[in-house]
Ligand binder design. Structure first.
Ligand code: GUN
Ligand code: FE
Length: 439
């Protein structure tokens, strides 16, 4: 199947080591033509240059008036926390005990996991997110349900079963041996099946015994191309707790590093209270960070230092961290990221914000060879944005002089209404017009 898409296009053509290099890598084509064949991008060029290549085989979609950007990448999210988003009043450790663990216990039921997987993936797509790195629960059936649903949609998704064997209710813990076996079975079933990949997912150091971390190390050694996904240095009480649980390690990250869990495909959510040596370790091991602004503000966890991540040359992506995060929407997440940066005197430009949400996030997940922009050969995952969906947005967009201001307005005023359509693997999988008809 060959597709042709006409509209305005914006992307970042190459990864960078410093934000000053981003404007040179940005590509904006006000009237462009994207050609797709078999789910992959053939070319992106100005309409006038490309229209001659259109043949009778091409199905042309006309999105003139819309802004098309690469599909958003959510680098950290918990699908089983969808139904507890916005739980009141607590910071991390109490929030886990009071709200999170009871809700996650529901996922022992395969029917519940199936129903919530469909709901969750629909939330991602209706918010323009085409790839995510996802936590399941401790139950293998939670991950089976999610991968099955994502496979139907041909989504590029990375997920894993939570591993935990202490400091959680009995109904959510397992032995290290059980955790190893169940994870291994899931890896063999799902890793590199179509566009799906597996992330070995110890919840965080406090719910992991040394035996469990040894099991994680063994899995990572046996399956080195699997991802490693966990939490790091989110909350000051959590950091102090890790120091008391692992007194022989020099820092929170040193616990993971000691068990050889750092590396190119390791993604650490939050990283708010890192010591200098932990930043250096993330850099030297080529590990990545998921920056989750709405979660960090909602749980009162702290402020992520974006500038430091550039200075230390540590890759970052953005994560919603639903259900501690308060939205599935990446535009709103970028708006909060801007405010977190402002509180520290850092100016998060729209160009940089969209980079973190697309190609930068793809690089943080070691997926920048497959997704993140419109370069030829990339997988055709993209989102069609309607730049102005309210009277206020129309007024404000009308005052914009260039694409940078338009993107900035989208991240400060935008939300799910701005997502007009979402395409995955060269196919339209969600359209706002359908929703409006259904309603
Ligand atoms: N740390 C350990 N588990 C969790 C979780 O479910 N959410 C967040 N935000 N932090 C965690
Ligand atoms: Fe999280």
């Amino acid at each position: 199947y060959t597709q042709a898409i006409r509209g305005s296009f914006f992307d970042i053509t190459a990864t960078v080591e410093h934000p000053d290099q981003l404007p040179q890598q940005a590509r904006y084509i006000a009237d462009g033509l994207l050609l797709i064949d078999g789910g992959r991008i053939v070319s992106l060029q100005p309409w006038e240059a490309g229209r001659g290549q259109l043949t009778d085989d091409h199905q042309l979609m006309d999105y003139r008036g819309k802004l098309i950007v690469p599909g958003f990448v959510d680098c950290h999210i918990h699908y089983p926390q969808t139904e507890m988003i916005g739980a009141f009043g607590e910071q991390l450790l109490e929030w886990l005990q009071q709200y999170t663990f009871p809700v996650e216990s529901q996922y022992h039921c395969p029917q519940h996991a199936e129903k919530m997987s469909a709901f969750f993936l629909h939330q991602l797509l209706s918010n323009g997110t085409t790839t995510a790195l996802v936590f399941g629960t401790v139950h293998p059936q939670s991950v089976d349900a999610l991968f099955s649903a994502a496979e139907q949609l041909e989504m590029r998704l990375i997920a894993g079963k939570v591993m935990m064997d202490r400091n959680a209710p009995e109904y959510l813990t397992e032995s290290a041996a059980q955790s190893y076996q169940q994870t291994r079975t899931l890896i063999e079933r799902w890793h590199h099946r179509g566009r799906l990949s597996y992330a070995i997912t110890p919840r965080f150091a406090p719910t992991s015994s040394p035996e469990l971390l040894n099991a994680v190390r063994k899995l990572k050694q046996e399956f080195p191309d699997c991802w490693l996904h966990t939490h790091l240095s989110e909350n000051p009480q959590e950091v102090a707790w890790v120091k008391s649980l692992f007194p022989e390690n020099s820092s929170y990250l040193d616990v993971y590093h000691h068990y050889q869990l750092t590396g190119r495909r390791s993604v650490f959510a939050h990283c708010l209270h890192l010591e200098e040596q932990e930043w250096d370790c993330l850099h030297h091991t080529d590990s990545s960070i998921a920056f989750c602004p709405t979660s960090n503000l909602f749980l009162g966890s702290g402020l992520f230092n974006v500038k430091k991540s550039w200075d230390k040359r540590v890759k970052i992506g953005v994560g919603t961290d639903v259900g501690a995060g308060t939205t599935f929407n990446i535009l709103q997440t970028l708006g909060e990221a801007y405010k977190v940066a402002q509180l520290q005197g850092y100016k998060l430009a729209a160009c940089e914000a969209f980079y973190h949400a697309t190609l930068g996030g793809a690089q943080a997940l070691d997926l920048d060879d497959c997704i993140g922009n419109f370069n030829a050969g990339k997988e055709a995952d993209f989102v069609v944005l309607d730049p102005a969906v309210s009277a206020l947005q129309q007024l404000r967009q009308g005052n914009c002089r260039d694409i940078w201001e338009q993107l900035f307005v989208l991240m400060t005023l935008g939300d799910d209404r701005n997502i007009a359509a979402t395409w995955v693997n060269g196919k339209s999988v969600w359209q706002r017009a359908d929703q409006e008809k259904a309603a």
